[in-house]
Design a protein around this ligand. Structure first.
Ligand code: C2E
Ligand code: CA
Ligand code: CA
Ligand code: CA
Length: 281
């Protein structure tokens, strides 16, 4: 409940303003918000299903609006993408997430190497100097590159397969990890999948949601997990909300899960407490 309240979704009041004006205002607000550093990262634990140990976190951005409170990324990532503001914002997110993970590695050296996952939007992914930018951030933050995982959605990956492969190979050369996000919802990438140098597949939440009730979805989840493993990738199930789903995922051999069953996305200090609790277990 602490994360996002229902009213957060009705941020921009729907008076009879034209869509163009609304967009324009949102863009101006986003610019100001970047300058004023009104964005904040939440961290959702990713759990190894067998041991229930913490494996890492996914960084998820929110907008801490001075008047309107916490705003969901669903409200502003799209407009930020359209206006190109996602590029500076995305770079800030990457830097913030890497700094945070470096701090946690220092604070909890007894834990295995936790991985921080960061989302890349299409616009960011298509930047020609992305690899240099990422390398710079890793160097500035003193974070080992193998502690960073970049998430790209399957649909973004499929926009232009040959340039995707080229970009992924450049990133991979930094020795970081790559993940295909929301897998199963994009245009089928089955025939290209083995060309992507990705380490992880994330099964989209929509399949996991319906898995226990619907045989078809259960079959899809099982098949995606088997496919990922066949191609030498780890598989993370998104949106795990119930013990039943968790058990079924384990029978499919899925190694990792993320979802409300384990934890909602947490602000940094609560995420640190989550790590500390793992250490003392
Ligand atoms: P995503 O990358 O698929 O992130 C997972 C979303 O699922 C998150 O929503 C998370 O809070 C939500 N979630 C996790 N577990 C559960 C669960 O058990 N049940 C349900 N119902 N939901 C769960 P969030 O944080 O609202 O983010 C939504 C989307 O916004 C993300 O989807 C991602 O596409 C985008 N986004 C978030 N942060 C960033 C960012 O830093 N950069 C970019 N480019 N996009 C971001
Ligand atoms: Ca993601
Ligand atoms: Ca996802
Ligand atoms: Ca998703």
């Amino acid at each position: 409940a602490r994360v996002l309240k229902a009213e957060c979704y009705e941020v921009f009041n729907p008076k009879m303003r034209s869509e163009a004006v609304r967009q324009f205002q949102l863009e101006a607000e986003l610019r100001r918000a970047i300058e004023r550093q009104e964005f904040v990262l939440y961290y959702q634990p990713i759990i190894a299903l067998q041991t229930r140990q913490l494996a890492g976190f996914e960084a998820l951005v929110r907008w801490q609006h001075p008047q309107r409170g916490l705003i969901s990324p669903a409200e502003f990532i799209g407009p930020a993408e359209e206006t190109g503001l996602i590029v500076p914002l995305g770079l800030w997110i990457l830097r913030q997430a890497c700094q945070q993970m470096y701090d946690w590695h220092q604070a909890f050296p007894q834990l295995g190497p936790l991985i921080i996952s960061v989302n890349l939007s299409p616009r960011q992914f298509n930047q020609s100097d992305l690899t240099q930018q990422v390398a710079q951030v890793l160097a500035d933050c003193h974070l080992e590159s193998c502690s960073l995982k970049l998430e790209l959605t399957e649909s973004t990956a499929m926009e232009n397969v040959s340039s995707t492969i080229e970009q992924l190979l450049k990133l991979k050369a930094l020795n970081l990890k790559l993940s295909l996000d929301d897998f199963g919802t994009g245009y089928s990438s089955l025939s290209y999948l083995h060309h992507f140098p990705t380490d992880t597949l994330k099964v989209d939440r929509s399949f996991v949601n319906r898995m226990v009730e619907t045989q078809g979805d259960s079959d899809i989840v099982g098949t995606i997990i088997a496919l990922g493993h066949k191609l030498g990738m780890d598989v993370i199930a998104e949106g795990v909300e119930t013990e039943e789903q968790c058990v079924q995922l384990q029978t499919f051999g899925c190694q990792y899960g993320q979802g409300y069953l384990f934890s909602k996305p947490l602000p940094a200090h609560t995420a640190a407490a989550f790590i500390a609790q793992q250490v003392t277990q």
